[in-house]
Design a binder for this molecule. Structure first.
Ligand code: FAD
Length: 349
């Protein structure tokens, strides 16, 4: 029989790996602890809005990723966004212009992974807690002590700090490699409003997103906000009420891990108010909340060369992929998973 593969983690990396194996007619099953696939490309469904709390957009540099994105465009699950990106600094709001192509999922970021996962067998709500070797194969054991398998190979497509615990009893050297990759946390908040945002002097009324420049008068850990987007100004979401996604600076997030979600959301919204011209008031908020991503982004500077590995494999049939092995973006995660899937297919019996 062809080699069977289990993939732990159905984020974009695990899914890309699964699709590469499936394209070679190899049996593959994915497991994710969350209710639906997507990982850090997920979106939250609120009463009045669909808000993106993970990746806000992604850019395209690599030719093979570019070919994928053309197919996703044809399927109607991505579109260009934002075309009205701003930068707010001490000298006010300025339109940001460059030649980088940026895309977003339609009608929400999670549409991309949802579409890709359609052709795959994904077991959701299943947290894999340990691996058990049996001869040359592997069993996966979940949070209810239920066993899945056996599989010839196991791909771990979770952030390296989470992969480490699964590997430690079997592959201490790979577990050490995971330890070298630091994933930094990030607070992500939402705020829904009972009316549209007011006009800002000198700014297009249809502004879609704004980057907040670091405040030179504050330490990064004391400067909360780095990016704000308007969810109702994203493709496929017109007609939903006004809502903002507010992403914190990583340094600030690291200093504020212990905040409760409501306080974190309030602090980020207050920080946004500080970037509005004097006299401009936000409408009343109808819903406010936040999510802490403990492993939001690999620290590419701390990881040094480790981050350029793309993916890792062991002779015993365990393998690792995900953004942590390549770089801090959706594109890196997809490439890492896709390349690992191709490599596994190339030497499948
Ligand atoms: P993940 O998406 O984290 O997938 C891992 C999956 O593993 C998750 O679904 C998780 O539920 C599952 N899992 C973990 N442990 C287990 C277990 N034991 N058993 C079963 N399942 C498990 N990138 C950009 O390109 N542009 C951006 O603007 C951008 N902004 C971002 C903003 C934020 C707030 C965050 C958090 C990330 C952002 N990123 C951005 C990064 C991008 O989202 C990630 O690089 C990419 O989504 C990572 O994909 P992945 O598949 O490697 O990991």
């Amino acid at each position: 029989a062809p080699a069977s593969t289990a993939i732990i983690g159905a984020g974009i990396a695990g899914i890309a790996c699964g699709l590469a194996l499936k394209a070679h007619n190899l049996p593959v099953r994915l497991f994710d602890k969350a209710r639906s696939p997507g990982g850090r490309m997920s979106s939250r469904r609120l009463k009045d809005a669909r808000v993106d709390l993970g990746a806000q957009f992604f850019s395209v540099r690599d030719p093979s990723f570019h070919r994928q994105v053309i197919a996703w465009r044809k399927a109607g699950v991505v579109a260009s966004w934002p075309d009205s990106l701003w930068e707010a600094s001490e000298s006010g709001w300025q339109r940001h212009q460059d030649d980088v192509e940026r895309l977003i999922g339609v009608p929400r970021m999670s549409a991309v992974t949802r579409h890709l996962a359609e052709g795959l067998e994904v077991v959701s709500g299943t947290r894999i807690e340990r691996l058990e070797p049996k001869g040359s194969q592997w069993w996966l054991v979940d949070q209810h002590d239920e066993r899945h398998g056996p599989f010839d190979r196991v791909v771990i497509a979770t952030p390296p700090p989470q992969s480490r615990a699964l590997l430690l009893p079997h592959e201490p050297a790979l577990a050490d490699a995971c330890e070298a990759i630091i994933q930094r946390p990030c607070w992500a908040a939402w705020a829904c409003f009972d009316a549209p945002l007011p006009s800002l002097p000198g700014v297009d009324d249809d502004w879609q997103a704004v980057r907040l420049a670091a405040d030179p008068g504050r330490s990064p850990a004391g400067d909360p906000l780095r990016f704000v987007s308007r969810n109702d100004h994203k493709p496929g979401r017109h007609g939903q009420g006004e809502s903002l996604s507010l992403l914190a600076r990583l340094e600030w997030s690291e200093e504020h891990l212990d905040l409760d979600t409501e306080t974190a959301a309030r602090r980020l919204l207050d920080a946004f108010r500080e970037h509005l011209p004097a006299g401009v008031e936000l409408p009343a908020s109808t819903s406010l909340g936040a999510h802490l991503w403990r492993y939001a982004q690999p620290d590419v500077f701390a990881a040094g060369e480790a981050v350029n590995l793309d993916h890792r494999r062991s002779p015993a049939g365990l393998a690792l992929c995900g953004d942590g092995w390549r770089g801090p973006r959706v594109e890196d995660a997809w490439l890492s998973g896709h390349h690992l899937g191709e490599a596994l297919a190339a030497d499948a019996p």
